[in-house]
Design a protein around this ligand. Structure first.
Ligand code: PLP
Length: 621
């Protein structure tokens, strides 16, 4: 499962074969014990475990990395991060970042009016930045300006040239001096899945001509000191450090150019993009990154300094808008496996020889017996042909349902035997490449991919997935995962691997005890992008603090959305639903298809379901 490669030290596998969270040296707690406590309290799964200590640890890690680079290079400015709350607006996340970031004056970034309203209410260091990105209307701008009167270091980022007029007009009307940033469209592009976020065709930002017009316009208004920040962003999850260096160089040259044009910028904002190594491969693969947080900080500081020295301009305060890197690690989705199905289960019984079988079934029996390392390719082709014939004969009524079942079981047994023969072989014939996947078991998990891991569905994002325990026991099955939505896209068939992507995940044979899988590094973007497919709602969550001695404390348990909430979000009202059921039950009573006792029970059950969790509720164990 590669835990040491992707966990960044925030998780480990204990000697007892359990995954533990390790928020700081000496602190550790097994996830299984946390889940067991949640179940003992009578709560239902799935659940997201959140570790505020991990969020705080990530904030510290990033700030200290920049602090170290700044000290090492003798950089004369400092670093001040902002957290773009769109990455995860959950209260516990934002408050943990604000609290842990206070000593570093780590700020926040809002991309909409609602986000700004949320950010303004946070307790922040007076120097901490509150950057307002995204397209803005007058209301957004006014709210940002009011923020300045509250003593907050609010900076309004101009995303397009026309926003300048709006800001100036509102600022005059309110009598508040604005602080502005300007987003520049770098020609440098990122790498990985969000490559398109940068470059000339980017959605946001001003071009070089427009930048200079902003400076001119502010000079005319005698407000040059209101332009405080240059902002750039080349996309999220930048996999290649060289792309970051190239972009930061271009950004710093632009900063120097603006200074030369008379601007008095204080901050250089290099945007987001600091990656997360989801597969632990440390490569430029889209689910990875070929650098560490320390290397990122060092390269940013070094590049900014190098350009500033060459251009003889002051070294700015370096701002980054890292979101993914601060939040991905803190959350783990725990999903119980509720069933296992698969083409190779219960084969032995079905595949036993039988005198009365149809000849085509006997042919398959023979292939199964005779298959070997020398002839498996030929045998495979024969078996495929026989299976086709079996189905044709069935359609014509010459093969019984029993024979069809045995024939299919034999075919799967043949595939399983071939899979064993080619395991570890360097050369696998094209037609057999998908064998592992075809033969894999389906582990049915109590969750919705669309609610909890939307990026896996939408953009094939990979997340490390690990059983919470039994890790000192060699897994004997290969599986893919399916969720409980009625959507055949609700499945996970790609898993992390150091060299490639794997089509299956090694899993343990169910042993009668609850078997839980943890999906790790899912704390960035997933919570907020999730959708209510099939009306599966927000997942319950536990906020957990790890204490010395392997202990932990569940500080808060927030129940997931109730069915009623999900139904109401579609425009229905609870009383209307209840009335309708009651009327129908009364009619059934009159018709005599319900007794009065049954009617009461029905209404009680209906009411209970409205108030219940939207996921499957089993007695765990
Ligand atoms: N800043 C801006 C302007 C963004 O669009 C984004 C996300 O793409 C971020 C910051 C956060 O980026 P990341 O999560 O890669 O740190």
């Amino acid at each position: 499962y590669q835990v040491p490669n992707w966990s960044g030290g925030w998780f480990r596998v204990s000697d007892r074969g359990q995954v533990e969270v390790t928020p700081s040296p000496g602190l550790h707690a097994p996830l299984r014990a946390i889940v067991d406590e949640i179940v003992e309290r009578g709560e239902s799964l799935p659940v997201i475990l959140r570790f505020p200590q991990v969020v705080a640890g990530r904030v510290k890690h990033l700030n200290e990395a920049f602090g170290k680079a700044i000290a090492e290079y003798g950089y004369s400015g400092h670093y001040q991060g902002v957290f773009p709350i769109k990455v995860n607006q959950r209260r516990v996340v934002v408050e943990s970042i604000a609290a842990a970031g206070y000593e570093y004056a780590h700020g926040l970034e809002a991309g909409s009016k609602a986000e700004l309203a949320l950010c303004l209410a946070q307790k922040m260091h007076p120097d901490a930045l509150l950057c307002c990105n995204g397209f803005k209307d007058d209301g957004f701008i006014k709210l940002a300006l009011w923020g300045r009167t509250l003593g907050k270091n609010v900076v309004i980022t101009l995303e397009k040239y026309s926003e300048l007029d709006r800001v100036l007009k509102q600022a005059k009307a309110l009598g508040v001096k604005p602080a502005m940033g300007v987003r520049f469209k770098l020609h440098a592009r990122g790498s990985g899945q969000w490559e398109e976020s940068g470059g000339d065709q980017a959605k946001f930002g001003l071009n070089a001509y427009e930048l200079l017009r902003v400076v001119e316009r502010l000079r005319e208004e005698n407000m040059l000191d209101s332009l405080v920040m240059l902002h750039t962003h080349i996309g999220s999850q930048i996999t290649d450090i060289r792309r970051i260096k190239v972009a930061v160089r271009e950004a710093t040259q632009t900063y120097a150019g603006l200074i030369a044009a008379g601007a008095q910028l204080k901050y250089l904002n290099v945007g987001g993009g600091l990656g997360v190594d989801y597969d632990g491969s440390r490569t430029t693969f889209y689910a990875s990154m070929n650098y560490t947080v320390g290397e990122y900080a060092a390269d940013v500081v070094y590049t900014v300094q190098e350009v500033c020295r060459a251009r003889e301009v002051p070294e700015p305060v370096i701002v980054s808008e890292s979101g993914r890197a601060l939040t991905a690690h803190h959350a783990v989705l725990i999903m119980p496996v509720i069933d296992v199905t698969g083409p190779t289960r219960d084969l032995e019984e079905l595949a036993a020889p039988n005198e009365d079988s149809h000849q085509i079934v006997k042919d398959l029996e023979e292939i199964l017996v005779n298959i070997s390392a020398r002839n498996y390719r030929e045998m495979y082709n024969d078996a495929v042909g026989d299976k086709q014939t079996l189905h044709n004969l069935f359609d014509l009524g010459y093969v019984t349902l029993n024979d069809r079942a045995r024939g299919e079981a034999l075919f799967n047994a043949i595939l399983r035997k071939i899979a064993k023969l080619i395991q570890g072989e360097k050369y696998v014939p094209d037609e057999l490449e998908d064998l592992q996947k075809v033969l894999a078991d389906k582990y049915i998990c109590n969750f919705s991919l669309f609610q909890s891991l939307p990026d896996n569905w939408a953009i094939q994002a990979l997340f490390p997935i690990v059983p919470l325990d039994r890790l000192n026991e060699r897994p004997t099955r290969q599986g893919t995962l399916v969720d409980i939505t009625c959507d055949s896209d609700g499945k996970i068939e790609k898993f992390i691997d150091l060299r490639d992507v794997k089509a299956t995940l090694p899993l343990h044979e169910p042993n009668g005890r609850p078997y839980y899988l943890g999906v790790f590094l899912m704390g960035a973007y997933q919570d907020v992008l999730g959708s209510a497919h099939n009306l599966f709602g927000k997942v319950s969550e536990a906020h957990v603090t790890v204490r010395p001695g392997g202990k932990f404390h569940i500080d808060l348990f927030v129940r997931g959305q109730k069915a009623r909430r999900m139904i109401e979000s579609m425009g229905y009202e609870e009383p209307m639903l209840r009335d309708s059921i009651e009327d129908q039950a009364d009619e059934a009573l009159e018709r005599g298809t319900l007794t009065p006792e049954q009617e009461n029970e029905l209404l009680e059950d209906y009411g209970e379901e409205l108030l219940g969790y939207t996921y499957l509720e089993y007695e765990e164990g």
